[in-house]
Design a protein around this ligand. Sequence first.
Ligand code: NDP
Length: 249
Amino acid sequence: MKLQGKAAIVTGASRGIGKEIALELARQGANVVVNYAGSEQRANEVVDEIKALGTEAFAIQCDVASSESVTDMVKAAIEKFGTIDILVNNAGITRDNLLMRMKEDEWDDVINTNLKGVFLCTKAVTRQMMKQRSGRIINISSIVGVSGNPGQANYVAAKAGVIGLTKTAAKELATRGITVNAVAPGFITTDMTDQLAEDVKEMMLKQIPLARFGEPSDIANVVTFLASEDSRYMTGQTLHIDGGMVMVM
Ligand code: NDP
């Protein structure tokens, strides 16, 4: 087990990719804070699954876009586990619309959750990780933050911002033994992608060289690598986990 006794916070861990990340970190021995926005029951079920694996976990409601709420979550994590070794900034939403029709609140909601949330959570764990002189921060971006995508100006701007934030945080925190990396998933089967029309899904499948949609475990395995000692000489990087969908030079 590569993460025995480590303490991790996973934002948006009640379902989808975040849930699988929380479970995989626990399988590797980590204790996990299971953050959620509204799905209390689902978050509690994740906690039960983690405890059945033999590590500690608790669920905590926290809107990652609220600094007060984020501060309380980090405080609760330190009180319970004593350290914060791993932060996975996974919580995210979509409010898709073409640019010319996009409402200001659709823009603000996505930027606040998907970009400001990453900033607030990262800032909130920094003091503790600097004191420990170690830490792993892993940000979930998206491949569309690299390629662009019609109908997702807000989401793409946020996810591209996450890549820039990852690089800057990596440079600022490197001397304190803290690494900051990102993963950029392609199309992963979750509630988020279930909303898409069948013809859109078919079109996307044709663009994936590995000829299948990703599963949450495809992301969780890479996040676990980034959370472990195996990735200790990597920082500021973005790994594309997309079945080859977007290849950039
Ligand atoms: P889901 O919609 O399945 O799950 C979203 C998770 O985020 C839920 O746990 C939800 O909590 C939580 N969440 C939403 N808003 C907030 C908030 N304000 N504060 C705290 N938690 C919040 O999404 P996915 O699992 O598909 O996506 C996870 C991440 O991966 C996102 O950042 C997404 O952008 C990214 N991604 C996903 C891709 C995909 O194909 N699925 C592709 C590329 C990137 P609750 O259940 O309580 O609502």
